[in-house]
Design a protein around this ligand. Structure first.
Ligand SMILES: CC(C)(COP(=O)(O)OP(=O)(O)OC[C@H]1O[C@@H](n2cnc3c(N)ncnc32)[C@H](O)[C@@H]1OP(=O)(O)O)[C@@H](O)C(=O)NCCC(=O)NCCS
Length: 332
């Protein structure tokens, strides 16, 4: 019997939750650091329900012989570069034994909804264990843009770290807002370089600086600073990552590594290596079991750096830009 694609409705949530629980169980067999709770129907049903409650959602489900064998749910948000459609990790599942062409067909339906609504930036978060679906999406013109990764702090071999000569490493605190603010442009500059060329609007720069500066006083964050002659040259920050109904990557006692940056003039001296190992060691001592981080895969300094610490890919964001001219060139 052929596949029938239908628009997603609220009544489909339990069946979708069932498919998601099975998918997560298969994913976890390959990636054991994924959280256990999403093998439970109650958690996956809640995850799908949460996505379906979003304001600007679209979704479709695939049926064979009256049984749901796949679904794809997305929603769009407005960014400074336009309307962007996202399928988050709980937003898809495919029954065991079904071909990834089903997910391709579901994307045709979802993507068509998006294009009709002026959404030309299409983004899919997919579990790294779903290689067949990832490949099927590459076949539709998607590319890998972001990597989400986990590190098992229980088994990580954290080496003795040597602080680079002339550098002082310490935790940031009140009074360090200027130090942190001075590092706020490092990542956006890296993202603007080849081969990503990602623009950050000048109107956003000051807000970015304020956000980094505020980390100095934020009790939730543990931020490490590397200083030389009282100038901040690098930083790495950690905060507890909260479990929520859709966080398919987050187990209890997970810490999130972010705001990692070394000024261009100080790169390659071992500053970030030293900050990162010290931060991971402290996180482990503080009772965290897993460290989560993510990076933009075409941001080469980052994507060549993090795997060295033992971070393992667990999910990807695939992206595709549709040419907006399709809005007025298509007839009928
Ligand atoms: C990623 C980043 C934080 C690394 O910072 P860094 O302080 O240069 O890192 P390190 O010096 O510890 O390591 C960088 C390189 O120097 C090497 N290195 C480490 N210690 C060294 C030492 N004592 N002497 C010479 N080289 C050294 C490392 O092996 C690494 O090699 P690679 O270039 O082949 O990857 C930095 O490139 C950066 O800020 N990039 C832009 C912002 C960014 O992308 N941030 C991450 C967002 S996810």
């Amino acid at each position: 019997m052929n596949i029938v694609i239908k628009p997603f409705t609220e009544e489909m949530i339990p069946e979708a939750g069932h498919l998601l629980a099975l998918r997560h169980k298969r994913n976890r067999a390959l990636l054991p650091l994924l959280p256990t709770r999403f093998e439970e129907l109650s958690a996956t049903t809640q995850a799908v329900e949460t996505l379906w409650k979003k304001k600007f959602k679209n979704g479709h489900a695939a049926y064979r012989d009256g049984r749901m064998v796949g679904y794809l749910l997305g929603d769009f948000t407005v960014q400074s570069w336009g309307r962007c459609g996202y399928v988050y990790l709980p937003g898809y599942a495919l029954a065991d034994g079904e071909k990834a062409t089903v997910t391709q067909d579901l994307y045709c339906a979802l993507g068509e909804d998006w294009v009709k609504q002026g959404v030309f930036s299409h983004n899919l978060y997919l579990c790294a264990a779903d290689a067949n679906i990832i490949n099927a999406m590459f076949g539709l013109g998607f590319g890998k843009e972001r990597v989400d990764a986990l590190l098992d702090l229980g088994t990580a071999a954290i080496p003795e770290t040597e602080t680079p000569p002339g550098i002082m490493i310490r935790k940031a605190g009140a009074g360090d807002s200027d130090h942190l603010g001075s590092l706020s442009d490092v990542i956006m500059r890296s993202l603007s370089n080849a081969p990503y060329w990602h623009p950050t609007l000048p109107e956003e720069w000051e807000e970015l600086r304020e956000g980094w500066a505020e980390l100095a006083d934020d009790k939730e964050w543990t931020v490490w600073l590397a200083l030389e002659n009282n100038e901040a040259l690098g930083t790495v920050g950690f905060r507890p990552e909260q479990e929520n109904p859709t966080s398919l990557l987050v187990s209890p006692r997970t810490t999130y590594l972010s705001v990692a940056a070394t000024k261009l003039k100080a790169r390659g001296r071992g500053i970030s290596t030293s900050l990162t190992w010290q931060g991971l060691e402290q996180a482990s001592k503080d009772g965290f079991d897993i460290c989560y981080t993510n990076w933009i895969s075409p941001n080469l300094p980052a994507s060549r750096f993090w795997p060295r610490f033992g971070f393992k890919d667990v999910a990807y964001r695939l992206s595709k830009q549709v040419n907006p001219m399709i809005s007025w060139t298509r007839t009928g």
